[in-house]
Every structure is written in structure tokens, then in C-alpha cells.
Design a protein around this ligand. Structure first.
Ligand code: SF4
Length: 451
């Protein structure tokens, strides 16, 4: 049986599984984790420690049809200015609760389109953040950049605030595909944005592309990846487009009969993967590629790769606080998510309380299962010694968990006294294998396709 037939037999082309950027995944968050819980978790951060901060800007100048992000279109600056004031109020609330001497090792601005902020708004927001949470000397400050929505003054302001990393959304350079997904972005606009970023001292540049888009073929994918490679990003993410128009209404503009089949999606991903590998990039987890000297590639080699809401990271911080509407925080005690809707978020902060709407406090064997899943998603293997030394689980229980996964994926996993390893040809199944360690009921959560 060839590889495709084996993967099909195990359900790769039919399964719906989480992307496991958290465990448990967000559909299992509950309202019992509220602003009081969030506040107590903030207070328990170790004084003088370094944490990470994510800032969500839920506005865009236009709404692209393919995008499932929580964001709203606006041509006027008024709602954006009002929102930034609320973000500053949230930072002030945080500052009241934070122990002494907490600093930032990572700062990430995402959205939406954070680069639609004017230079003045960028300066004001960055100042409010760094007054409350100073950047460490070697901190990484990354921003999601829309090449259609950036200019010299805004870049000057971001660079002056300390931005040293950038992430550029590309999707695909093909004109037919861009029309079909409602996002026109020329190669020249992307190239110019990247040149400007490098001229502003950006040390690491990430680009995102998508597979599984309407009208996408291996030939078109090859051309897009080659164009992207000519811009020499330090990292690239190759995400699968998830067509879920019942959850993201804009996607109903995309005709489902123009989308590639699950089998064709696998071929598109493999096409991109080969091109990155031939160009010397290292494979990072299930969907990232990085130059060998990049931090992610080093973390992968040295076993320090982690998974969080932004995908893969080498961030060792135990605490990630998300501010803004819908932003998710992670603490050693659990997850907390702000109200997803901008108006509910704004109301809470203006009332002088945190906007936590739901979350999850770790209990039972959550942390053990979270690590098993993270190890698979990052390293494609589970090391028995590491798990036994970090978690209160017996050898017998761990053995039976690993054996159960092995039995569910015959011939795809190598089991040994050291632990479990996903065979290279089985890597497309990784999210499905991770699911076998998930103790929550996934039947109603509406996850995306496994490939
Ligand atoms: S792709 Fe970017 S610009 Fe387009 S709707 Fe999504 S967040 Fe906004």
C-alpha cells in the first residue's frame, strides 16, 4: 500500500482535528474562569520575572474573504483611536495587579491589522506598554505586517519602539487565487514591505503562506513558494486554509467547488515542503520552516521548541498575557480569554475590571496530556524519561497510553523503551495522533480538516 493509501485508511482525508495551540483547546473553555480568577493569576506571577505579552488589534481596512480572524473592517480612525485608549486602560489595570519588577521577554502585536495604527497611536501604545512592562535588553518585539497597509512613518515609529521581528502575510502570489480569496496583494508590494522592514533593522522575518486555496495547483504553489524564497524570509509558515463558512461568514464568498480535495491539499503541502527543504530550510513541527541559524531551528535542534497560540515558538516564558478583545492568556494555573466581541471587551475595561469571559483552570491530568501533545506537535516524539521525571504518572499508565496510540496507528509509530516516535512518512497524521492523547469530547467542537 502506498503512503497516500495508508494515510487515507487511517482517516487523514476525512478527520476533523484541533491544531493544538493549547490543551485543552479553546472550545472547552468555560465561564467559571472569570476576571477574579485572572486577577489572582496575575498577582501570583513571580516578582522580577520575564513574561510575554500579546496585543490584539481587531481592525482591518478591508475584510479578506478567506480570513477567519476576529476582526472588523473600518475606514475611519475613530474606532481604532477609542480602542487604543481602552487597551491603555487594560494595561493600567494590569500594572495595578502585577508584582514588582516584571519585565517583557516577548511582545507581539497581532490582529487584525496592527499596522493600520497611525505613527502617533503606535508611539502612544508602545509607551504605555513599556512603562508598565519594560522590555528586557534582548527582548523580541514582533509585529504582524500587512504589506498593503504600512508606510515609512509607521515603520519608523515601530522601529523606534523596539520592533525587531516582523511577520508578513502572503497567502499566495497568484492573481487568480488572490481574486478568489478576496485579497489582492502584489508581489512588488510584498517585496517593498520586506525591503523597508530590513532597512528598519528587522532581525528576523517570518512569512505566512496558505495551501488548500481555491484554484491552487502544485504548479501555482511552486511559483508562489519560489517567489517567496527569492525574498529570503528567516521563517515561513505553511498553513492549511480551513473552509468553515458556517463559522466565518465571509468565506461563503469562496465557491467550495473551486477548492482542492483533501488528497490535493496533501500534495500542495508536500510541494511547498520540498521547496523549502531543497532551499536549506529546516522543518519545524507540522507546518513551519526556518533557516538553520534561526531561533526556531535552534530550538528544534536543542529540544526547546514550544507551541502556543501563535504557533511555534522558542519562548521559554511561563506566562503569556493577551490583551485586547478575544486575546488569550496562559499561566501555569490555566488559560483565560478576554470577551471575544469588541463591545463587551470595551465595556468591561471601561467599568474598571478585567475583560476575562472564559478560560480553563488546569486540573486532573491536563498538564501531563498537554505536554504529551506538545511533544508530538513539536518533536514528533514523546520521551518516556522526560515525562516520568516531570509528571506524577506511573510507568505502567504511561506505557499503556503510548501502547494505545501505537495500536490506533499501526505501522506509523515507533515504540521503544525510550518512548514513542512518529515515523517520517506518518507526520501528516501528527494532529490525529495528538488527538489520541486528548481526554476531552471533541465531537461538537467544529475543528478543521486534519490536512
Ligand atoms: S487577512 Fe489580514 S487584512 Fe485580511 S481580514 Fe484577515 S486580518 Fe484583516
Amino acid at each position: 500500500m502506498d503512503q497516500k493509501a495508508q494515510l487515507a485508511k487511517l482517516g487523514l482525508f476525512d478527520a476533523k482535528v484541533p491544531r493544538y495551540t493549547s490543551y485543552p483547546t479553546a472550545p472547552h473553555f468555560r465561564e467559571s474562569t472569570d476576571s477574579t480568577v485572572f486577577s489572582s493569576w496575575v498577582s501570583s506571577i513571580s516578582p522580577g520575572s520575564s513574561i510575554s505579552l500579546y496585543v490584539h488589534v481587531p481592525f482591518c481596512r478591508r475584510l479578506c474573504w478567506f480570513c477567519a480572524c476576529r476582526t472588523q473592517g473600518t475606514q475611519s480612525d475613530a474606532p481604532v483611536e477609542a480602542y487604543i485608549e481602552v487597551l491603555k486602560a487594560e494595561i493600567a489595570l494590569l500594572q495595578q495587579q502585577l508584582p514588582e519588577g516584571v519585565t517583557l521577554s516577548r511582545l507581539h502585536w497581532g490582529g487584525g491589522t496592527p499596522t493600520l495604527l497611525s505613527a502617533d497611536l503606535i508611539r502612544g501604545l508602545a509607551e504605555a506598554i513599556t512603562q508598565a512592562l519594560p522590555l528586557d535588553p534582548r527582548a523580541e518585539f514582533s509585529v504582524e505586517i500587512d504589506p498593503n497597509e504600512i508606510g515609512g512613518r509607521r515603520l519608523d515609529a515601530l522601529a523606534a519602539a523596539g520592533m525587531n521581528r516582523a511577520s508578513v502575510g502572503v497567502q499566495d502570489f497568484d492573481g487568480t487565487i488572490q481574486q478568489a480569496i478576496g485579497r489582492i496583494q502584489s508581489f512588488d508590494a510584498t517585496r517593498q514591505a520586506i525591503e523597508m522592514l530590513r532597512a528598519h533593522g528587522i532581525e528576523s522575518l517570518n512569512a505566512d503562506i496558505l495551501f488548500g486555496l481555491p484554484h491552487q495547483t502544485p504548479a501555482r504553489m511552486t511559483e508562489s513558494v519560489q517567489k517567496l524564497l527569492s525574498l529570503t524570509p528567516d521563517r515561513a509558515a505553511v498553513y492549511g486554509y480551513a473552509h468553515v463558512p458556517w463559522m466565518a461568514g465571509r468565506q461563503s464568498m469562496i465557491r467550495s467547488d473551486t477548492l482542492p480535495t483533501p488528497e490535493a491539499r496533501l500534495e500542495l503541502f508536500e510541494t511547498a515542503r520540498q521547496l523549502f527543504l531543497w532551499d536549506g530550510y529546516r522543518e519545524i513541527g507540522i507546518d513551519h520552516f526556518a533557516r538553520p541559524e534561526d531561533g526556531l531551528a535552534i530550538a528544534r535542534r536543542t529540544g526547546r521548541l514550544r507551541r502556543n497560540f501563535q504557533g511555534y515558538t522558542d519562548d521559554p516564558a511561563e506566562v503569556l498575557i493577551g490583551i485586547g478583545a478575544s486575546a488569550i492568556s496562559r499561566f501555569p494555573q490555566g488559560y483565560a480569554q478576554n470577551a471575544p466581541g469588541t463591545s463587551a471587551y470595551v465595556r468591561a475595561i471601561r467599568d474598571g475590571r478585567f475583560a476575562t469571559a472564559r478560560g480553563h483552570a488546569f486540573g486532573g491530568d491536563d498538564l501531563l496530556r498537554a505536554r504529551l501533545i506538545e511533544a508530538l506537535m513539536c518533536d514528533f516524539r514523546i520521551c518516556r524519561d522526560e515525562i516520568l521525571s516531570r509528571f506524577p504518572v506511573s510507568d505502567a499508565v504511561l506505557n499503556s497510553m503510548l501502547a494505545e496510540a501505537g495500536a490506533a496507528f499501526p505501522g506509523m509509530l515507533a515504540l521503544s523503551p525510550k518512548g514513542l516516535e512518529v515515523r517520517e512518512e506518518a507526520r501528516p497524521l501528527t494532529r490525529m495522533i495528538a488527538r489520541s492523547f486528548d481526554a476531552y469530547d471533541l465531537s461538537k467542537a467544529g475543528h478543521s480538516t486534519a490536512i
